[in-house]
Design a binder for this molecule. Sequence first.
Ligand SMILES: Cc1cc2nc3c(=O)[nH]c(=O)nc-3n(C[C@H](O)[C@H](O)[C@H](O)COP(=O)(O)OP(=O)(O)OC[C@H]3O[C@@H](n4cnc5c(N)ncnc54)[C@H](O)[C@@H]3O)c2cc1C
Length: 542
Amino acid sequence: MTIYYFYCLIIYFCSFSLIYTINDDNTWPWKKTNYLSRSNWSSLLNPNNNNNQHPVWFIFYYLNYCGYCKKAEPGWEAVAQYAINWSKYIQIGAYDCASGSLSIKDICQDEKYPQWRIYCPLTNTTHLAFSSKQRTIKTKPEDILIWLLNKLNNIADQCYGQQWPIKNLIEPKTKDDLDKIIPKSVNKFQLFISDDILLYTLFVLNNSKTIQTEPIYRLAKQNQITKDISIIKGIRENTGQITLQQIDSAQIMKPFVLDKNIISHFETINRKNIATLKPTLSDIDSATVWMINRDLRRGLPDLTENVKSWIKTLYTYYPGSKTMKSFLFNLNEFVKNYTTLSPNEYQTYINSTSIIKLPQLKFDHCNGSDSSKRGYPCTLWVLFHSMTVKQAILAEQNALPSDIKPSDVIVSIREFIGNFFLCEECVTHFVNMTINAENEIKSHHESILYLWRSHNVVNKRLRYEEYTNDPNWPKVPFPTKEQCNLCIQQIDENGDATEYNENETYKFLKEFYSLNNSMRIQTYNLILLFSIVIINILISNK
Ligand SMILES: Cc1cc2nc3c(=O)[nH]c(=O)nc-3n(C[C@H](O)[C@H](O)[C@H](O)COP(=O)(O)OP(=O)(O)OC[C@H]3O[C@@H](n4cnc5c(N)ncnc54)[C@H](O)[C@@H]3O)c2cc1C
């Protein structure tokens, strides 16, 4: 019975569609899962009615821009579909911790994402049940569900109270004993004979609709009542006596084998956005606005020193617009004064009318073919590469203080990622990959190439990750032959670069990430204006 049941569960989860789409407003199109937000959080979790029975919630916490989180989305929808009839006891929800202008710590804790929490109605608290650290490439949705159920079984009393339908094992010695254990008010009940509490839990929850009128008790395999490992129906006769009758458990399990054909599939949206071939100042400014409003704020007050240090580095090597650079200058002056900075003090400063307003988010090069693709992580890379280039340019101009080391920018980037980037997989890989940066980077030239090589390692790892990649922007070794013919020394049968000329690549990267677009546009405009004036003079002289 056990094997059969789990087999059904696994087949069910495997059969769920893996197609993923996104809504225009950047929210994921949850169909079966309850999409929780700050505005509906209280009303859904604490419904204001007289019924004291509120369900427990299993909540998936994610960031809409995190590819690693996206991988879990179809599986979580499968869980929501599977658990659709449990809603009286367990509701399935999802909360986007990147939603809104700010993530507020009372809902989104300071941990990495994705993570799964159990919301307890009795205490109005959430409990971490499964975190991204526990997740491996082999983790399946049913594993996460099982983890949640096991955790819930341990905290059910404090979380939900005595009405929780999963009951402790009963150990009657005789049928008379059983008669005493089963309350007199219960006319119908079932005995589930198994040592497996999880299997019992699933069975009870799948009978949520009838469980109040027909409670299910669990007997151990070694019990005094029956030798069968099965499900037994109990009826209290008019005389008050209990009669037991074995039932066809295979038949009972049947409704839980869900038909693949009835599972609705998501439609794909084929909206195409056009992105610029080269990064722009808007990409860099957008990365900065995003991190200032979300990542850095979220780290306060605990990471005040790290926030100060990153803002200083960002200001020193800022490769974005002049407006943003002035903003960072002021922000750096402001944070300097604090040993502990609260999120409110920081936010009040940012909102204050006396300072420069932050620009709107605008992704140019990092504009994905739909709004779930590219965006913030892409702009972060652009910002980081441009900072290494800016550092090299400042060094050439002797504009850096003498105590600056060539590895400083990469080390600061590593600290920023480790402290503030919420995608667990990204943090683990990037921090490990750059752990020896201090010893490996001996020149500013090398700093640019170091980040370029590291980024190509990430590209290679993610190349076939369908959830992370924008089909219009495949993760191929960078730069391609089309971008820099001289950079490439060898290509493979697919046309991918396998060996680079690093001197040429260095020159290419310096050019690619020196983003003086606005100056170029201004110069171009001046030339155009000058030409128009000359043409007008020539025409009027004729
Ligand atoms: C530090 C860091 C670590 C990450 N780790 C992960 C992870 O582990 N798992 C995951 O799913 N996602 C990870 N991401 C996100 C992922 O790398 C991409 O940013 C995201 O998938 C968007 O990809 P994209 O196609 O826009 O191009 P991106 O990889 O974001 O690149 C942005 C732009 O940089 C340029 N570029 C590409 N390669 C190079 C290079 N080698 N050198 C210089 N410039 C280059 C191109 O113009 C490209 O369009 C990470 C992001 C960051 C910032």
